[in-house]
Design a protein around this ligand. Structure first.
Ligand code: ATP
Length: 230
């Protein structure tokens, strides 16, 4: 279980995240909805242990995230820093090795995912030669190569066409069924409505709405969140 309790993050005098609390159970998909600058990336960096909260705490299965936990966490954070000179295989081997996986396991899983994303012929292609959408798929594959228990996805659908969005959704659902805790951010409500159990709407670091979508839906309009068909 992931537990975020009364977390706050200041950058100098700016409060990027203020008094945020939520928890995610195994097999649950949790969404963070917010416009640019709402604090989504800051939250993910704190969950991953890359930033210390100014106040509050984050516990992963009852403990502060430590170096060993990284093997069980998958992440795709928005500052996309793919090592562009590498081939698809080299890149995924690199990330897989960082998660403690052996070469054979990584290649077996990579081949499976490439097939699922119709990218079988891309194994030796250089990352820099791929389209943005294909780079995103490879980045997604790197985040799931360790079959994570916690999957952190910062704007996973941004820039994807509807077909690929659907593919990502199917894969995320497969992980959900296996008991993975999933947290993702988006600035588009249509990604979350049919997708996640719980949602936080963030405005300038402040959670203005929080709960099951069915419960908080009635307040969307008040926060200028428009559902399809509204
Ligand atoms: P985006 O989708 O644009 O990345 P976001 O919701 O992920 O937005 P954050 O990147 O977490 O938001 O930023 C939240 C606020 O904190 C913004 O006002 C941003 O300018 C500020 N901020 C982020 N990182 C830093 C930093 N290292 N130093 C100072 N301010 C920062």
């Amino acid at each position: 279980m992931l537990e975020v309790s009364h977390v706050k993050k200041n950058y100098g005098s700016l409060t990027a995240v203020n008094d945020l609390s939520f928890s995610i159970q195994p097999g649950e998909i949790f969404g963070l909805l917010g416009t640019n600058g709402a604090g989504k990336t800051t939250i993910f960096k704190m969950i991953l242990g890359l930033l210390e909260p100014t106040a509050g705490q984050i516990l992963f299965n009852g403990k502060k995230i430590s170096y060993e936990d990284v093997d069980h966490i998958g992440y795709m954070i928005e500052e996309r820093s793919l090592l562009v000179k590498l081939s698809v295989m080299e890149l995924v081997l690199h990330y897989g090795a960082l998660k403690g996986l052996d070469k054979e396991t990584i290649l077996e899983r990579l081949n499976y995912w490439l097939k699922r994303f119709n990218m079988e012929s891309y194994l030796d292609k250089k990352i820099k030669e791929l389209s943005k959408g294909n780079q995103q798929k490879i980045q997604f594959i790197t985040s799931i190569i360790n079959n994570p228990k916690l999957l952190v996805l910062d704007e996973p659908f941004s820039g994807l066409d509807p077909i690929n969005t659907q593919k990502f959704v199917e894969v995320i659902r497969d992980f959900q069924k296996q008991g993975t805790m999933i947290i993702f951010s988006t600035h588009q409500i249509d990604h979350v409505e049919s997708f996640c159990e719980q949602l936080i709407v963030l405005e300038k670091g402040i959670p203005v709405l929080q709960g099951k979508i069915s419960d908080i839906k009635k307040d969307f309009k008040r926060h200028n969140i428009r559902l399809i068909g509204d």
